[in-house]
Design a protein around this ligand. Structure first.
Ligand code: PEP
Ligand code: MG
Length: 850
């Protein structure tokens, strides 16, 4: 039945093209499906006669310029019956559904009754009347739902329903039918809802639609007849295996429903391989050639017509990110595509899906409220309202979700114990967000619609409903949605394909990636993800272990420098052990340790109960503790006594930390693994701060060298977190080996915007277009970026080979990485779980050389 139709020069109507191996068909003018069909034809596959209507042609149809459908149908032979399918540039942009059996009418039905038998003819005609009524005439689908009736009765019923609704006979002229199908599809594409839907999938506003008209092969009739769908991978895992269905005496995608048979031999039942072995063998052979020639895993729609195989269509297999990675790596390993292309086929952000549990996208969701998706992944647990309750829950082996107004350093142990975190306040770089990303913990912040009554242990939802401690919820940190109860979660899968892709990305990326890692556990993850060192170790997190917290508080309460030194002396071995572990895990890669940064009062209790406990532990009167806590409180602690200011006014803390770093480095170096630690001073705003701290650190280094007899080296650097440090970088750079831009604080200070409170209004700001994006999430390349460029350029003026990097949360964001690469930074540093995304983003940039 296949016809070889050539485009003849005298073909009058140019609004459509018969697809032949040489016809002028392009994705940009006719869409992906039309182009793919041409490729199948070029591969000599038995594709029935097919015509393509271009984007311009379809646009013209929407405007009322209809092609000569009579002439078009003539290309398909006498009494043609055809299908029409959409062909947009990118199949993900959607399009109207296919309509089959156009051309069926009373005359054709009669002829077909002779040819295929009454039942087949009835079913074909009925199917067309149903889809024409619903999709073209836009009649109520309920009127055309037919229960399992006798096919002759059913056909009579749908024809009568059409006549009743439209007050006219079902259209009998195939050319008219085809025109109406064209018109309805063209209009549907230009409608507002279809446009908004495809724009949400990345389509441009003026994206075109092409249409593909194809001779119908029925899959019904005498001999072996049927239709089916086959693919050669599992769309969830990407592993190569034959999947799909075949249904005898069926057409279209019917094979996907009901009593279809297996494709491959299967002990559970009949298979196409046994029923029609030749067609099956040909089909699997096509799978191999499609993969090799089209360089893609395709899903193929086919028909067996009286024992002869026909290929109707092939589309790219829709797949999960996990499968996409597997397919890309397998194809590169099989030399079908180069490694570079394999890298470019995976969106960097898609890797996050592989690293964390996800809510099954196919399962239903009962959304209670939404907030800012601050750390990806999903977890289910019972609500707890305090860090202590989280720890208790953990001790009982019970998963919990820590719900807080916002988190503070004292909540860290609770966060470790929780399965996810939800906060009412905060933005992308608030404490909860930063820590959760570091821990790989799902987290939603800035859920400002929830009202938290911590005392009553109740939270009220926007709907007015309330949830209590112990209620089950699911936090989806990838979407920012809080779901009621449990959810179907998909486990992360880090397979060899993922690791291979990561190795290739690292080789290609021309900007290095380090990790922000505070603990040995973080460092282990960072190494697994191939981080080239630690770019930021926030040492203060090490003081929150219970035994250390008390010592820390003792140090804070000390009245004299000697008392302080005594408390610090006891913290020293603990810090030294921490650093030693980090150096050992990172095996010679750089480890950048930031000296103490937060305001001291963060280490003090804030409740009366906590103060009473502390008074007991330190053997002090409660009033003393209260007085001291009060004295340390500040109006604006984030702009107060923190960072290097503390280092200058309470220098014993930095002395102890420097000693711990150097003693650890000396020990590890002495054991044969040379370590060159990096010591970083936070929150610098004046060169004199660097001078003073540097002088003391140099003294400590000399003392440790002398005492240990080990000649270790170290590098000193500053964090550029204040606008002034960026502006004065030329003056600062000669004193240091590196500058690392802390874009969390730098964004906060550039905008004058509290990183802990921004969540309250950020969504409104973004909604109204005041800010294009949350600047704590995506680097503000205009303002903060200008400071980065100024800082980098001025630093290089006075210190040409100074190392430049970024270690704020932006370090893991692909757009921000692009900016840093253009600014000539040496590396970015981000949470361990974002390291793979950063490597792949770096590789994409290098390959596209943007
Ligand atoms: C920063 O300010 O960008 C930074 C990395 O430091 P922190 O988030 O610890 O303030
Ligand atoms: Mg900072």
């Amino acid at each position: 039945m296949q016809k070889l139709v050539q485009n003849t020069p005298d073909q009058l109507d140019t609004s459509y093209t018969i697809i032949t191996p040489d016809a002028p068909i392009a994705v940009a003018s006719h869409g992906g499906r039309a182009k793919c069909l041409q490729r199948l034809i070029r591969l000599d596959m038995p594709v029935p006669c097919t015509a393509a209507v271009s984007f311009d042609g379809v646009h013209g149809i929407a405007q009322g310029r209809l092609p000569d459908t009579k002439a078009m149908l003539a290309s398909f032979g006498e009494m043609p019956v055809v299908s029409v399918r959409p062909s947009s540039e990118d199949p993900d942009w959607g399009g109207p559904g296919a309509i089959l059996n156009i051309g069926m009418n009373g005359v054709r039905h009669k002829a077909m009754t002779q040819e295929l038998g009454a039942d087949a003819a009835n079913r074909l005609y009925m199917r067309f009347v149903q889809s024409y009524a619903v999709h073209v005439a836009r009649l109520d689908p309920d009127e055309f739902e037919i229960d399992d009736a006798d096919s002759a009765q059913a056909l009579a019923q749908v024809l009568a329903a059409y006549e009743f609704e439209c007050e006219e006979e079902f259209p009998q002229d195939p050319a008219h039918q085809l025109q109406e199908v064209f018109r309805s599809m063209a209009r549907a594409w230009e409608g507002t809802s279809a446009r908004l839907l495809r724009q949400s999938k990345g389509a441009p506003a003026d994206a075109g639609l092409g249409l593909v008209v194809q001779e119908m092969i029925f899959g019904l009739g005498s001999g072996e007849c049927g239709s089916g769908v086959i693919r050669f991978i599992n769309p969830h895992t990407g592993y190569r295996q034959v999947e799909g269905r075949y249904k005898r005496q069926s057409q279209g995608r019917d094979a996907l429903e009901g009593d279809a048979v297996f494709l491959q031999k299967d002990s559970r039942g009949a298979s196409m391989e046994e029923l029609c072995p030749d067609s099956y063998a040909t089909l699997t052979g096509y799978g191999t050639s499609l993969r090799a020639k089209l360089r893609e895993e395709m899903e193929v729609e086919f028909v067996v017509d009286n024992g002869t195989l026909k290929i109707l269509d092939a589309v790219r297999v829709q797949r999960t990110s996990r499968a996409a990675v597997r397919v890309a790596v397998d194809m590169a390993n099989d030399k079908i595509i180069p490694r570079e292309e394999a890298l470019l086929r995976i969106e960097p952000r898609a890797l996050t899906e592989l690293l964390h549990r996800q809510v099954n996208p196919e399962s239903p969701r009962d959304v209670l409220l939404t907030g800012i998706a601050a750390s990806p992944g999903a977890a289910t647990g019972r609500i707890v309202f305090s860090a202590t309750a989280a720890q208790a829950s953990h001790a009982r082996d019970e998963a919990c979700i820590l719900v807080r107004r916002e988190t503070a350093p004292e909540d860290i142990r609770g966060m470790h114990a929780a399965s996810a975190v939800l906060t009412e306040r905060g933005g992308m770089s608030s404490h909860a967000a930063v820590i959760a990303r570091g821990l790989g913990l799902p987290c939603i912040v800035g859920a400002s619609d929830l009202k938290l009554k911590r005392k009553d242990k109740i939270l009220t939802l926007p709907s007015g409903e309330t949830l209590e401690e112990g209620d089950l919820i699911t936090v989806d940190g990838s979407s920012g949605e809080v779901l009621a109860g449990t959810a179907d979660l998909l486990e992360p899968t880090l397979e060899d394909g993922f690791r291979t892709l990561l190795t290739w990305a690292e080789e290609v990326s021309d900007i290095k990636v380090r990790a922000n890692a505070d603990t040995p556990a973080d460092a282990d993850i960072a190494r697994r993800f191939r981080a080239r060192g630690i770019g930021l170790c926030r040492t203060e997190h090490m003081f929150f272990e219970h035994d250390r917290l008390t010592l820390m508080r003792e140090m804070i309460f000390a009245d004299t420098s000697e008392d302080r030194a005594t408390a610090l002396e006891r913290l020293l071995p603990m810090q030294r052990a921490d650093f030693k572990k980090l150096f050992e895990i990172m095996k010679g890669e750089s480890v950048c340790i930031r000296l103490f940064d937060p305001p001291l009062h963060e280490f003090l209790p804030h409740t009366r109960e906590g103060m009473r406990e502390l008074a007991g532990a330190l053997d002090l009167p409660l009033s003393d503790v209260e007085r001291r806590v009060k004295a340390l409180s500040e109006f604006n602690p984030m702009l107060g006594m923190r960072g290097v200011r503390l280092g200058i006014t309470v220098p014993e803390i930095y002395d102890m930390q420097a000693r711990a770093i150097f003693e650890a480095a000396a020990e590890v170096t002495a054991s044969g693994n040379t370590v060159v630690p990096e010591v970083m001073i936070p929150l610098v705003s004046a060169v004199r701060e660097v001078d003073i701290v540097k002088e003391r650190i140099d003294v400590v280094a000399s003392q440790v060298r002398a005492a240990s007899g080990v000649e270790f080296a170290f590098r000193l650097g500053v964090m550029v977190e204040t606008p002034r440090a960026a502006l004065r970088a030329e003056e600062i750079a000669p004193h240091v080996s590196f500058l690392s831009f802390g874009t969390n604080d730098l964004t906060q200070m550039t905008y004058g915007l509290s990183r802990d409170d921004a969540g309250r209004f950020m969504s409104e700001y973004v909604r109204q277009g005041v800010y294009e994006e949350d600047p704590f999430h995506t680097l503000d390349t205009d303002g903060v970026g200008e400071l980065l460029n100024i800082g980098a350029e001025r630093a290089r003026r006075s210190h040409a080979d100074v190392t430049l990097s970024i270690c704020g949360e932006h370090g893991g964001n692909p757009e921000s990485i692009a900016f840093c690469r253009l600014a000539g930074f040496d590396y970015v540093s981000c949470s361990p779980f974002r390291v793979p995304v950063a490597w792949l983003a770096g590789a994409h940039l290098a390959l596209k050389d943007l």
